[in-house]
Design a protein. Structure first.
Ligand code: OAD
Ligand code: ZN
Length: 265
């Protein structure tokens, strides 16, 4: 066996033994759907765009149309993309039963949800209603979702029908402020409920799988360290080395779409 085959075999044994599996994903999971990551040297969004201008509240207030337009373009690209083999492998595992799976994602593209809905429709063995509900509720979006918007001043989400072709933000019907994407920007707190669930999962799981994240952004990057501190095995999947390798029991050096299907089958 070469190194990767041995690592995969070891990781498969860990997955088979797990009862409470937490899967934490980052932008690398959507790379094979054609969605750019943030920090890859040439293709990453932050190599080509200024995060201060495009991913902070100050940037939005300074030029709402520029920021809105950038998110609208990303939204269009996501709508035209499809879940890949990595999303599908996770979704099938969520429905399969056996281990209880909690999926924590930093991604705002909604592709995990789309993969789950596709898996539900495609399932021939008709998972029961409780399993479907549980799987739907077991996706935690730590950094929000680009498909949703909310009022900049805090009135909450607008009623349905806000979608527009306009390249500048629509206005909140209640207070007239611009609507902003419902994602976490630099300097902002994570949604409290999502963060609480992520911390609880890191404290309770018996296996953590970390896929396609550079491990640069906290608090998400902390989760595998919390698990490891408790002696829980961590599996890392990434074609490149990351700080998460330090706490990984097994590192699978490769693409999520190649590694996850055999790992979770
Ligand atoms: P990054 O862009 O920082 O890291 C992407 C990781 O995916 C890198 O480690 C790549 O090596 C890896 N990767 C690339 N292709 C892959 C593939 N096919 N399979 C597996 N891994 C692959 O993305 P994140 O770690 O998700 O925040 O970034 C974290 C946060 O920073 C994002 O959620 C975003 C950004 O600013 C917000 O927008 C709030
Ligand atoms: Zn408002």
């Amino acid at each position: 066996m070469n190194d990767n085959a041995a690592a995969l075999a070891q990781a498969r044994r860990l997955v088979a033994a797990a009862r409470r599996l937490t899967i934490s994903t980052g932008a690398g999971v959507s790379a094979e759907s054609g969605i750019p990551t943030f920090r890859d040297a040439l293709t990453g969004l932050w190599a080509n765009y200024d995060p201060q201008a495009l991913a902070t509240e100050e940037g939005f207030r300074a030029d709402p149309s520029l920021v809105w337009d950038w998110y609208a373009t990303r939204r269009e690209r996501i709508a035209a993309a499809a879940p890949n083999a990595a999303h599908r492998a996770i979704a099938r595992r969520q429905l399969a039963g056996g281990a209880d799976v909690l999926l924590i994602t930093q991604n705002v593209d909604g592709l995990h949800r789309r993969a789950l809905e596709e898996a539900i429709s495609a399932s021939t063995s008709a998972p029961d209603a409780a399993a479907i509900t549980h799987a739907r509720e077991s996706i935690v979006e730590l950094h929000g979702n680009i498909l949703r918007v909310r009022c900049l001043q805090g009135c909450g989400p607008p009623p349905p029908g806000w979608e527009s072709d306009s390249r500048s933000p629509p206005r909140c019907e209640r207070c007239g402020s611009p609507l902003r994407p419902d994602v976490v920007w630099f300097g902002e707190l994570l949604p409290e409920h999502a963060l609480a669930r992520a911390h609880a999962a890191a404290g309770e799981c018996d296996l953590m799988l970390v896929v396609g994240t550079s491990g640069q952004v906290y608090p998400a990057a902390q989760l595998p360290f919390i698990a490891r501190e408790r002696g829980v095995p961590v599996i890392a999947i990434n074609p490149e080395p990351t700080p998460i390798d330090e706490v990984a029991t097994v590192v699978l050096r490769g693409a999520a779409g190649a590694m996850l299907p055999p790992l979770l089958a």
